[in-house]
Every structure is written in structure tokens, then in C-alpha cells.
Design a protein around this ligand. Structure first.
Ligand code: ZN
Length: 534
């Protein structure tokens, strides 16, 4: 059989400072660069990427694979109309040329918001469906942070979603999607759909599948799949996209409607009951640094997650709150990475290794209240930013982070790893590239929410999630939401969203924080009926 394969991945934080233009997808920002046609095979070969897993699965079955277009960019604010239309336009044109095909596989994220379309993936799936017609199977893989919409479910024969965070199963999810595509193409698919939308949002750091409650939810999910003979998926979602379908969802495919609904309701009940367990503990920068200085030692560092400036959630990796706290405390054997500062890295490369200079580091993207860290730093090591990741999640990713540098602040001895291209610090090679072995430190601060855990948890004595300035707010209730579904709880057991107009009417003269207690809604004790779909 002949299958068309393509994709576009973007995770959109509508509150972030910078949009994703075509150049962001051309360069990839830590992901492989944009690919058209056959070059895709080589660009993703061996990488932990959904499209790589799908291609491997389809080729292993002896099928013909036609690569269309594939692109990804670092999470940020909205995707520009030009980027979306250029990439999707090319994907559709190549699909038209490839037809007839026996099926289409799409590697999508599921939380892409564009300048002109709120539901980017729903729009892609609708256009693909319109082109190939109702009879050709279309299957997409999605990120665990997908805000799955009704339109996506309606337009795809099936979606399947990562089951790990850190996402160590991206390639495996692509392979599972390809398997479902093959099953459907052979007439052995599960055609009845049931879809459920949950009533609360969860903070990113508490979605980690190494920890409860996500760990037991995904174990249950696999058990339900086996026992009920269904395809079942769960997306905790991405709680930073201000549109009506920013939400946590679950979807189930069965041989019949009743079967799909029953299996889904078992998972729904477990997720509803887990609401209190999704609550999050956050540290202030000063408390976290003091605790880490006491507890960390070379061989067993304490890792600090600077979650609110996570470039993997729309931050630019340039805020200085945690770095300033480390310098202020003169934290011993402490390093922060990656601080994205092309000018600082260029200055270090001009000065050369061993040279001291006065720097103004970070705070380049205008996050409110942020100041650069100023002081005298010594250039300890330079790097060209080219290296290959080795951790469980990014294994095989060939990085190109531009000029990099390791600087040491002269008074405190605190070190900082600078990079020129925005990327989440989720692989130890990002530190080793400039001569830092993370395990030899007492304190390792990473601009990441959860993905770093795949490579850093095994060496960490403790991990603390720190609330330092940045646009990727750890507590979803902190965002100035305007467009969510009314009644959605903004955090586990938290205040429910009311549209701004209603809110102002209900509590004149007060901001959302003051108004919130009026709107608290207790969690459900019995799960609602899942919404059948399709
Ligand atoms: Zn994700």
C-alpha cells in the first residue's frame, strides 16, 4: 500500500512574548529543520520523533511512503498566518500530487494556535480530509499537551497521544499511529468514537508521568485498552492557550458506541478522582537556592526547574530571576542553563576563553519586571553549539544552538551556560558541550518544566520546581484568561473561569483574584456521561 506522511508541530502559549514565523520553522529551534519531500527520511532517521516511528513502521511492513512536508518550531506565541499557510499549503499540494493514497499519517502537536485560526490542527485535518475524501483513512499522532478539539476528532479516523512526560515515547506513538492507520486501511479499524472534556486544568509540572497521579492514570489507560479491546488516549493538555477548547480530554475508539463509551468512562472516573493529586508545590527562588545549597553535593546535585521561563512552553529562556538569586546567595558549585542570550555569547566569543569582561546578561524579550544580570564574568569555555543529544528523550537530536559559552561570575563563582538559539535545557549534553558535567555540581538550574527529568532525575538528589519570573506560568489560574469555556476550573480544585464581562458584573471593582472565591465549584463526585462523538 501507499501512505502519505507529513506533519507540523507547534505548542502555542498565547501569553508568550514572541510569535512563530516561517523562519522559526525553517530553523526548527532544536527540532530538525523544515523538510520537504524525500529529505525527510534522512533528517529524522533514528530520532525520537513521531514521524520517524511512523516511517519505520510503514517501511518495515513493505509499504511505500511518500513524504509530504514536515516542520516544527520551539513553543512560543501564535504561529503566523504566513508560516501556517506556507507549510500546510505545501503539504496539501504534495498530497494532491501523491494521490491516490491508501492513507495519510500526520505528525501533529495538538496545541497550535495561529494568528488566523485558533485550532491549527483541526484546520489541517479538515483540509486534508476535504482533499482525500471520506474513504481514505487519516490518522494523527498528538503530543500529551494537545488541547484536543471536537474538530480534530471529527476529521481524523483516529488520533493517538504520547503517554509519557518527559516524552520518551514520541517515536513509539508515531509507530502506534501508523499501526492504527494500517488496521483501518485493512478494514480492521475501530470506528466508533467517544470523546470527553474534563472540567479542570492541570499545571505542567504536575503532569509528569514519573509521578502520581499521572503514573497510575497511564497504567490504568493501558489496562483498559487491553480489557475492553479499545484504542484509548488521554491528553492533560497545554494550559497556556487562551481559546475555548484549551482543555484536558480523553478519546476512545471501539467496535461499537457502547463499548467505546464504557471504556472511556472508566478512565474519566479515575481522572476526575485524581483532581486533588494534580496540585503543585512551588518554591521561591531564594528558598530553593538555600535548600539546594544545603542538600546538594557533587555526585548528587539538587536540580532546580525554572519552569516559568521554559522555552518548551513559550518562554524565551532569558529571564534572570533564578540566576540572580543564585548569585545573590553565592551558591557553591552552581550552574544555570540554558540562558538564551546571543549578544552575551557573541561577546564571550570575541573575548575568548580565559578573558574577563563586563556583561549584561538576559532579559532580552521584555518580560515585565525583568532586568539583565550585570557583573564581571570570566569566559571558561566556548562552544559552536553543534552536538548530539544522548538523553532518553532527545536521543539522536542533532543540535545547532549557535555560539555557546560557559561564563563564571567572578564574585560568587556561579556559572551560566549561554546559547544563541532558543532551546529547553532537557539534555545533559547541553552542559557537557561547554565542559560542565552536571553530576559534578551541587546545584543545577534548568529552564525546563518536566522534560529535563528524563536525563536529570537519575542524577538528582532532589528536584524543586521554582516560581521565578517568566511567561509560562506554573499555576494556570495566574493567567489573564479571556476566552476559556465558562465554568472550567483554572487549577485542580481551583476557581472556575467566568468570561471577563460576567466577572466584572458579578464583582464590580475587583480583579480576577478577588472574584475567584465566589466562583469555586466543588469537584464532581460522579463522572458525567462521556460525550459520544462520530
Ligand atoms: Zn509536550
Amino acid at each position: 500500500m501507499k501512505f502519505a506522511v507529513g506533519g507540523m508541530q507547534h505548542e502555542t502559549n498565547t501569553f508568550a512574548p514572541t510569535r512563530a514565523d516561517l523562519d522559526a520553522f525553517v530553523k526548527g529551534g532544536g527540532w530538525p529543520t523544515i523538510q520537504y519531500g524525500d529529505s525527510l527520511f534522512q533528517a529524522v532517521e533514528g530520532a525520537n520523533l513521531p514521524v520517524a516511528g511512523a516511517i519505520t513502521c510503514l517501511l518495515a511492513g513493505g509499504h511505500k511512503v511518500v513524504p509530504l512536508a514536515w516542520a516544527a518550531a520551539s513553543p512560543s506565541a501564535q504561529v503566523t498566518r504566513e508560516a501556517f499557510e506556507t507549510i500546510v499549503g505545501s503539504l496539501l499540494e504534495r498530497l494532491r500530487d501523491a494521490m491516490p493514497v491508501d492513507g495519510v499519517y500526520l505528525d501533529l502537536h495538538g496545541a497550535m494556535v495561529c494568528e488566523h485560526v485558533d485550532d491549527g490542527e483541526g484546520e489541517i485535518l479538515a483540509r486534508v480530509r476535504k482533499l482525500v475524501g471520506a474513504g481514505v483513512p487519516v490518522v494523527a499522532s498528538l503530543d500529551l499537551h494537545a488541547n484536543v478539539t471536537r474538530r480534530m476528532i471529527q476529521c481524523a479516523d483516529a488520533v493517538t497521544i504520547y503517554r509519557t512526560y518527559p516524552h520518551v515515547d514520541m517515536a513509539a506513538t508515531g509507530a502506534r499511529a501508523a499501526q492504527r492507520l494500517l488496521d483501518i486501511a485493512r478494514g480492521r479499524g475501530l470506528a466508533s468514537k467517544a470523546f470527553h472534556v474534563f472540567d479542570y486544568l492541570t499545571p505542567l509540572p504536575s503532569q509528569c508521568t514519573f509521578a502520581e497521579p499521572a503514573k497510575r492514570i497511564y497504567e490504568l489507560l493501558k489496562q483498559i485498552e487491553r480489557e475492553h479491546r479499545v484504542w484509548l488516549d488521554f491528553a492533560p493538555g497545554f494550559p497556556m492557550a487562551d481559546f475555548a477548547e484549551c482543555q484536558m480530554t480523553a478519546v476512545c475508539y471501539g467496535a461499537g458506541e457502547q463499548q467505546a463509551r464504557e471504556a472511556l468512562s472508566v478512565l474519566v472516573k479515575a481522572v476526575e478522582e485524581a483532581e486533588p493529586d494534580f496540585a503543585l508545590t512551588l518554591w521561591t527562588p531564594a528558598d530553593a537556592v538555600a535548600h539546594a545549597a544545603r542538600r546538594g553535593e557533587p555526585g548528587a546535585p539538587v536540580v532546580l526547574a525554572d519552569t516559568q521561563d521554559n522555552p518548551g512552553a513559550g518562554g524565551n529562556g532569558d529571564t534572570t530571576g533564578l540566576l540572580a538569586a543564585m548569585i545573590e546567595a553565592r551558591a557553591p558549585d552552581a550552574v544555570l542553563g540554558l540562558l538564551i542570550d546571543p549578544a552575551g555569547a557573541a561577546q564571550a566569543h570575541r573575548l575568548g576563553e580565559g578573558a574577563a569582561g563586563d556583561y549584561r546578561l538576559g532579559a532580552t524579550s521584555g518580560v515585565a519586571g525583568q532586568e539583565p544580570v550585570t557583573g564581571r564574568f570570566v569566559v571558561e569555555r566556548l562552544g559552536d553549539g553543534h552536538f548530539t543529544c544522548t538523553g532518553p528523550m532527545f536521543k539522536g537530536f542533532r543540535m545547532n544552538l549557535g555560539p555557546m559559552a560557559l561564563l563564571r561570575e567572578q564574585r560568587s563563582g556561579v556559572r551560566v551556560v549561554l546559547a544563541s538559539v532558543k532551546c529547553q535545557a532537557a539534555d545533559q549534553e547541553m552542559f557537557r558541550h561547554v565542559g560542565i558535567d552536571p553530576v559534578r555540581q551541587r546545584i543545577v538550574a534548568v529552564k525546563s518544566s518536566v522534560h529535563f527529568r528524563a536525563h536529570f532525575q537519575p542524577i538528582a538528589r532532589e528536584i524543586l520546581v521554582v516560581r521565578a519570573p517568566g511567561p509560562a506560568l506554573a499555576d494556570p489560574a495566574d493567567f489573564p484568561w479571556r476566552n476559556l469555556r465558562p465554568g472550567l476550573r483554572l487549577r485542580p480544585l481551583g476557581p472556575a473561569f467566568m468570561p471577563p464581562a460576567t466577572r466584572d458584573l458579578a464583582t464590580p471593582g475587583t480583579g480576577p483574584d478577588q472574584a475567584a472565591p465566589l466562583n469555586i465549584k466543588p469537584p464532581r463526585t460522579t463522572p458525567p456521561d462521556p460525550v459520544p462523538y462520530g
